[in-house]
Ligand binder design. Structure first.
Ligand SMILES: *[C@@H]1O[C@H](CO)[C@@H](O)[C@H](O)[C@H]1NC(C)=O
Ligand SMILES: *[C@@H]1O[C@H](CO)[C@@H](O)[C@H](O)[C@H]1NC(C)=O
Ligand SMILES: *[C@@H]1O[C@H](CO)[C@@H](O)[C@H](O)[C@H]1NC(C)=O
Ligand SMILES: *[C@@H]1O[C@H](CO)[C@@H](O)[C@H](O)[C@H]1NC(C)=O
Length: 697
């Protein structure tokens, strides 16, 4: 009892305190789903590790998976069903040269780039023992085949499996941000033919992601399409002492052909800006880790939103964050904002300032537009060399890009965020909502919905063992499934598991736009699986809509002796609920002897007055009110100590008698055996033992 007292008195208050410390932005997941509670299809091939790249081929019903020295084609509907695979191992000189300086495990071919070329072909790049190579792969007649021609993958795919790179295939051209050297120092950003490496576009960067935006569509001024690159790098412009990183977005024009006299075969349209996701007004508290571009196909590109995730920098206790950026805000900073420039104060010291001199025309970094074309400038090579001279040195924007609403959408302490995807779904109210899935370094995925700026986190699911980082994340709107890759394997889970809610109140309070309560079947079901009218209230969590039902929970008998302790278990399914106890239909008064735990009630030093009917209720608030549901009911009996003491004494005596009888029996048996086989048994055992040993060898 003293131990229990210790636990309740000293360990519970800190738990309560940590919950209180959450800022309002810190979204506590309503449910935590443990690994065994996640219904997943899984794939893992014996001996193959590092499942770090994925490509969906929905029309063929395939999920293509890049791993260490192998590519797999899996059934999109059930990834545990492999359809085809092909091995691509690093061999020969590259491996021998690699082994001189690198660990053996790194001198392999890590498949990290997969891009679709056409109906049946995929462009694949592997690190190939630090000599990256790329090849076209076909999927024909249910077989994956690497084509004969293998090309040098330098500046196309990553060289080092531990360093991130980013690439995208647009109009048959590969845009890639990689490192081109063994040591990962020389960053390059290339498109076949146009490449910037020596020109200092980056300062020790970590590449994060790349996206394509078709901005030429319906453009009134004949603007070009853009490629956006997200990365982090040394914060050169920050007047700070420590080595802080800056989060950046950069963009180039699809039609950039490089300069003529200046910037020949180099980007003339590369501009970059800082991207902020300020936590408590501190812009430098975190650094970008991933991004996802969400565009509503029924709307203009200006309404697209980049969702980006940030991890804490330096202060490792800080929260991870999600911020949203409107593409029109990003676009405005690049097309209208001022530039930032480095001024040398002495030959060693410099400082960054807004550019305050005359900017050449056409605007440095701008794409070719109708105005240029009217002047006979069809191509960046025809542009004014002064413009190129300017942009060769000045390509950082002065203004930083601020998130929608000026602050993060979501903050969370604990496991670091590493990937994000966002899907759009139509709820029962006919409105579209954005659902975010954020993976962490701890093998979990959070599911959060954006209700017009209010973020509600439905659940955090443990997809892989705790501590196993998720390395790649994607989803299919055809199968409504999420696919996550880790070093050890791949998992597929549904976007929604409505059956985790067993009551109408739980189903409605989960505020999951994918789920609703079906009155007639008495189940929480997916909207897509039902044609019936379902009960749902995603904005308000109005569980008053639920039909009144008799609670059908079973009564459990529990008893202890007077003076004993008893725990009545009542685990709540919602982290947002509080528990409330009743005894004989009256609220229970808690005391030193009657203590409420996270998962139940503790009765210490019980007495006869503790007998009765106990009921445990889960009480959860939503915008429309407070809802209670019965979770468990107990019939508690406390038996008087005297009786129980006697009982124990009688039982104890019984045990002693039985033990004595056994001992006597054993004694007799031993004597009897000894007389029957004086010595033979041990010899037999010996020969048998030796036989087994030699068989093993
Ligand atoms: C892959 O296919 C594309 C498109 O047909 C072609 O342009 C490219 O040269 C091929 N690459 C290799 C390495 O064979
Ligand atoms: C630009 O394109 C137009 C129409 O295609 C053409 O008439 C003109 O000669 C081109 N100008 C240059 C400088 O190439
Ligand atoms: C590959 O997977 C193993 C096993 O989880 C992991 O220890 C290792 O860091 C991974 N290697 C790379 C280069 O990602
Ligand atoms: C248990 O309760 C009885 C009275 O019901 C009291 O006399 C006794 O001191 C209590 N024991 C402990 C260890 O608190």
């Amino acid at each position: 009892m003293n131990l229990l007292l210790f636990i309740t008195v000293f360990l519970l208050p800190p738990l309560v305190a940590t919950l209180e410390k959450h800022s309002p932005l810190e979204s506590v997941p309503r449910k935590h789903v443990l690994l065994h509670g996640v219904k997943a299809h899984r794939f893992h091939q014996e001996g193959v590790l590092n499942y770090t790249s994925m490509l969906l081929m929905e029309d063929l019903g395939l999920l293509v998976l890049g791993a260490r020295e192998a590519v797999f084609a899996l059934d999109l509907h059930d990834i545990s069903k492999g359809k085809a695979s092909v091995r691509w191992e690093a061999m020969g000189d590259p491996v021998r040269n690699c082994l001189v300086t690198k660990a053996e495990v790194l001198c392999k071919n890590y498949i990290m780039v997969l891009h679709r070329i056409d109906a049946h072909r995929i462009y694949v790049c592997g690190t190939y023992a630090f000599r990256p190579k790329c090849v076209n792969m076909t999927y024909v007649d249910g077989k994956l085949t690497l084509e004969q021609k293998v090309e040098d993958g330098t500046r196309k795919g990553p060289i080092d499996p531990d360093k991130r790179s980013a690439s995208i295939l647009v109009d048959d051209k590969l845009y890639s941000a990689t490192f081109k050297d063994f040591h990962g120092k020389q960053a390059s950003f290339c498109r076949s033919g146009i490449c910037n490496t020596e020109n200092r576009l980056f300062n020790d960067p970590t590449f994060v992601s790349m996206s394509f935006v078709p901005e030429s569509q319906n453009s009134p001024n004949g603007d070009d399409d853009k490629i956006y690159l997200f990365f982090s790098e040394e914060a050169v412009e920050c007047k700070c002492n420590s080595n802080l990183l800056a989060s950046r977005v950069a963009r180039v024009c699809k039609g950039d052909q490089g300069g003529n006299r200046v910037l020949q075969k180099k980007w003339t349209s590369f501009l970059k800006a800082r991207i902020d996701c300020p936590v408590q007004k501190n812009q430098w508290s975190n650094v970008i880790e991933g991004s996802y571009l969400l565009c509503d196909p029924q709307q203009q590109w200006q309404n697209c939103v980049f969702y980006a995730i940030f991890r804490p920098q330096q202060d490792t206790d800080g929260p991870s964050a999600v911020c949203g950026y409107s593409l029109s805000d990003i676009s405005r900073v690049f097309s209208e904002g001022n530039y930032k420039t480095e001024k040398w104060i002495t030959s060693i010291f410099s400082a960054w300032h807004p550019y305050d001199e005359k900017v050449p025309s056409p605007r440095p970094g701008a794409c070719i537009t109708n105005t240029d074309r009217e002047q006979g400038i069809n191509d960046t090579r025809d542009q004014n060399p002064d413009t190129h001279e300017f942009v060769k040195r000045t390509f950082l924007m002065d203004e930083a890009i601020q998130p929608i609403g000026g602050k993060p959408l979501l903050l969370r302490r604990g496991a670091t965020f590493n990937h994000i995807i966002v899907t759009q779904t139509t709820a029962a109210d006919g409105q579209k909502y954005n659902v975010m899935f954020v993976s962490t370094e701890d093998g979990t995925v959070l599911k959060s919905v954006n209700y017009n700026g209010e973020i509600f986190t439905i659940e955090e699911m443990q997809i892989f063992q705790p501590g196993v980082p998720i390395r790649t994340l994607t989803f299919s709107s055809i199968t409504n499934q999420l696919y996550a890759g880790s070093h050890s394997g791949v998992a597929q889970i549904p976007l929604a598991s409505c059956d985790r809610s067993s009551s109408c109140v739980d189903c409605v309070l989960s505020r999951d736009p994918h789920c609703g309560w079906d009155k007639s079947s008495g189940k929480c079901v997916a909207l897509t699986d039902s044609t019936r009218q379902l009960i749902q209230s995603v904005r308000d969590g109005n569980a008053n809509l639920c039909p009144n039902t008799q609670d059908s929970i079973q009564t459990t008998e529990q008893s202890t002796w007077s003076g004993g302790n008893l725990k009545l278990r009542c685990p709540l399914t919602s982290n947002l609920a509080t528990v409330s106890w009743e005894r004989d239909n009256h609220p229970l008064k808690l005391s030193d002897r009657l203590q409420q735990l996270d998962d139940g009630l503790l009765i210490l030093n019980a007495s006869g007055t503790d007998s009765g009917q106990y009921k445990c209720l889960s009480v959860e608030r939503s915008k429309t009110g407070q809802f209670s549901t019965s979770v468990a009911r107990f019939n508690v009996k406390i038996t008087a100590r005297t009786d129980s003491g006697m009982m124990a004494a009688i039982q104890g005596l019984g045990v002693v008698v039985a033990l004595l009888a056994c001992l006597i029996g054993l004694l007799f048996w031993t004597i009897y055996k000894q007389q029957q086989f004086p010595s033979g048994t041990s010899k037999k055992k010996d020969s048998k033992g030796r036989g087994q040993v030699s068989e093993l060898h």
